[in-house]
Design a protein. Structure first.
Length: 100
């Protein structure tokens, strides 16, 4: 018995595109934040509290590591990143010219 076509008017199912050729190439990592804040208000509050707890734990771990390093005679200090707006432009060392 002959089978009927699955789609009307001769349409065929779309095939998935072939994967890119990656022989000898590195997978590109995506830059930026990999986490997204939740949209519902209750989940957003939970997300904020988790972020604050993570910050507190990281600060505690950094201070513990700094104190242990100081006890052993080394020096390690907790350094905070400055404001992104307050960054100074990099000086171009390649374009040094003599003024003779």
């Amino acid at each position: 018995m002959a089978q009927k076509t699955l789609f009307k008017s001769g349409k065929s199912k779309l095939k998935a595109p072939a994967p890119p050729n990656r022989h000898g190439k590195v997978i590109k990592t995506r830059k930026g934040s990999s986490t997204k804040a939740p949209k519902s208000s209750t989940a957003r509050e939970q997300y904020k509290s988790d972020q604050e707890l993570t910050k507190a734990n990281n600060l505690h771990n950094e201070t513990e590591a700094a104190s242990k390093a100081a006890q052993k005679g080394g020096q390690l200090s907790v350094v905070r990143a400055g404001d992104k707006k307050a960054k100074t432009p990099k000086s171009n060392t390649n374009s040094l010219q003599s003024t003779e």
